[in-house]
Write a protein that binds this ligand. Structure first.
Ligand code: ZN
Length: 70
């Protein structure tokens, strides 16, 4: 469950798709207000998962002798 409330009506009953992806919308069930994209909400909850993954990939590549620099 998403830990946020509607900025329009204050409801915490939010709709998000079952298998939501980054660009899916998070919408208030009460008034239908668009609140954020799923990706933005997830980024707020778990800071920079993508940047972390990039760092790990870079580190892995370096370990295998592959350069991603060019
Ligand atoms: Zn609302």
């Amino acid at each position: 469950m998403l830990d946020m409330t509607c900025h329009r009506c204050g409801s915490n009953s939010l709709h998000v798709a079952e298998d939501a992806v980054e660009w899916d919308e998070v919408i208030c069930r009460e008034c239908g207000e668009f609140l954020a994209t799923y990706g933005a909400v997830m980024a707020a909850i778990r800071p920079t998962p993508l940047a972390d993954a990039c760092l790990k990939t870079q580190w892995l590549a370096r370990g295998m002798g592959i350069s991603l620099a060019d």
